[in-house]
Design a protein around this ligand. Structure first.
Ligand SMILES: O=P(O)(O)OC[C@H]1O[C@H](O)[C@H](O)[C@@H](O)[C@@H]1O
Length: 516
């Protein structure tokens, strides 16, 4: 089975709505549950036979073998010679590091409880960017569905001074704990924000020893930066930044929401790990999600995926997934150095229902590179109401379910003509008011937005990204594509500081001149 075979199959793919008629057991075969998550793939434009072909592709691309390598802790990040063991942080696989992980989890729990019991801090400022920021921010919002942060949690990520200013606004330095999170401890934004916050503390006479912690895989750099060695929480080079929320990178979550919530999240992720490791591929939710994503990308030719959480508490989910999926699989060349073909689509989205009043027009009627229009959608909904407003919650869910139905069913030109038969301009109006339908989506429902369910959800997409990396033949665990801009930014920063314009193209020179 090859991508070309899939493309040939897709050329004759049916209408989704018709598939429910020709495949009476479609829903039961395409909706699967694990723990609090139910994944309904039945509104995808893929027949059960197509799914068999996709499972054959998984075999042809050795998904099971790669999955075994992942859990065995083999160095599958070949370009950096590293193992990939974020599942070991949840206690699944990576036995070689189990003791270190257990010790770190215990240290996080004891430390978090001590800080919470001490009552010394009202606020935590978490400084970090990319993988050292997106996961903790997503989870902090998610935990707020069922828990209250105490101390309160603030984030400074961007090098834009507004980021650190917003994070510190109204805070009392004497009652603030600062956690600097950087795997490399070499990231410009994080170091600059940490310096600014250190100055802010110093002006109030607060010592870094009492107020600043670091989380890093590079202890030496953290010490060189001036962090006391007792205040450093380590993590390891086998944890990729975008897979690191399960490590001490989540320390601020454990302090603010309690170590029990943090552990429950890890346990939820572990349950998803075991499902991914053990379930047959045809019932394996991350595998099916990955295969359907590849179908949409490589067979149907979609170039983006919209992820729409119908949950305000998950509104950062698409931003989180942009790093998880696009940094993992946004690559042109495979592990073998050969062109990889079409890989990761653009991931984008916003919370529902807000998006309905903005870009959903495009999802329903917009054009696309494949002539099919729009983009596939992952809808994510939480069944329980955590806000004590059942009428709002029913409306939220009604909108979510209505959108996936509308995308699939559309509204024919004939119906539009009937409804507007009195209009003289019906010939020009009808095509504008009709909905083509047959637009694919997946609906994920979570019973409740508990810490455990959040663990399940994030781990689901981690494994999806892993499987897609295997199918596309890329190394999902490096990110060389972010380096060039960083190096150039350093050069240009020096020029801005010295007011000296170096050797650049005319456009870049003109921009530097404007800022000098
Ligand atoms: O945690 P750090 O070392 O500070 O890295 C922060 C982020 O910056 C890098 O440029 C990478 O693109 C990300 O993968 C990483 O998560």
């Amino acid at each position: 089975m090859t991508f070309d075979d899939l493309k040939a199959r897709a050329a004759s793919t049916d209408n989704i709505a018709d598939l429910f008629i020709s495949e009476p057991d479609r829903l039961s075969r395409m909706a699967h549950r694990i723990g609090p998550i139910r994944a309904d793939f039945s509104k995808q434009r893929v027949s059960l036979d197509d799914l068999e072909a996709l499972l054959a592709l998984a075999d042809a691309k050795h998904v099971k073998e790669w999955r075994a390598k992942l859990f065995a802790g083999e160095p599958i990040n070949v370009s950096e010679g590293r193992a990939v063991m974020h599942t070991a942080l949840r206690g699944v696989g990576g036995e070689a590091v189990a003791d270190e992980v257990t010790a770190m989890r215990a240290r996080i729990a004891v430390f978090s409880n001590d800080i919470r019991a001490s009552g010394k801090f009202d606020d935590i400022v978490h400084i970090g960017i990319g993988g050292s920021d997106l996961g903790p921010r997503l989870v902090a919002d998610g935990f707020a569905a069922t828990l209250t942060a105490s101390p309160r949690l603030h984030f400074a990520n961007n090098v834009d001074g507004a980021s650190v200013n917003d994070a510190l606004a109204g805070l009392d330095p004497k009652r603030t704990l600062v956690i600097v999170v950087s795997k490399s401890f070499g990231t410009q934004e994080t170091k600059m924000n940490a310096e600014s916050v250190r100055d802010w503390l110093a002006q109030a006479g607060c010592s870094p020893r009492d107020h600043v912690l670091a989380v890093s895989a590079n202890r030496d750099r953290a010490i060189a930066f001036g962090i006391h060695s007792d205040n450093i929480f380590d993590f390891w080079d086998w944890v990729g930044g975008r897979y690191s929320v399960w490590s001490a990178v989540g320390l601020s979550l454990a302090i603010a929401y309690g170590p029990d919530a943090f552990s429950q999240m890890l346990d939820g992720a572990a349950a998803m790990d075991r499902h991914f490791r053990d379930a047959p591929l045809k019932q394996n939710i991350p595998v099916l999600m990955a295969l359907i994503g590849v179908w949409n990308r490589n067979a149907l030719g979609y170039d983006s995926l919209a992820v729409i959480p119908y949950s305000r508490r998950l509104r950062k989910f698409s931003a989180f997934l942009q790093q998880l999926e696009m940094e993992s699989n946004g690559k042109s060349f495979g592990r073998d150095g050969k062109p990889a073909g079409l890989t990761c689509p653009v991931i984008w989205g916003d919370e529902g229902t807000n998006g309905q009043h903005a870009f959903f027009q495009w999802l329903h009627q917009g054009t696309g590179p494949n002539g099919r229009g729009g983009a596939p959608v992952d809808f994510v909904a939480v069944l329980a109401d955590h806000e004590g407003r059942p009428e709002h919650h029913r409306a939220l869910l009604a909108n979510c379910f209505a959108q996936s139905k509308a995308l699939m069913m559309g509204k024919s030109e004939a119906v539009v003509r009937k409804e507007n038969s009195d209009r003289a301009d019906i010939d020009s109006l009808a095509p504008q008011k009709m909905f083509p339908g047959n637009r694919p989506s997946t609906t994920l429902t979570l019973d409740e937005l508990t810490p455990s369910a959040i663990g399940y959800l994030i781990a689901l997409y981690e494994h999806k990204a892993f499987v897609q990396g295997v199918l596309w033949g890329v190394n999902s665990f490096d990110q060389w594509g972010v380096e060039l801009g960083k190096v150039l930014a350093d050069t240009i920063l020096t020029e801005l500081e010295r007011r000296e314009i170096g050797d650049h193209d005319p456009s870049t020179k003109a921009l530097i001149r404007l800022a000098c």
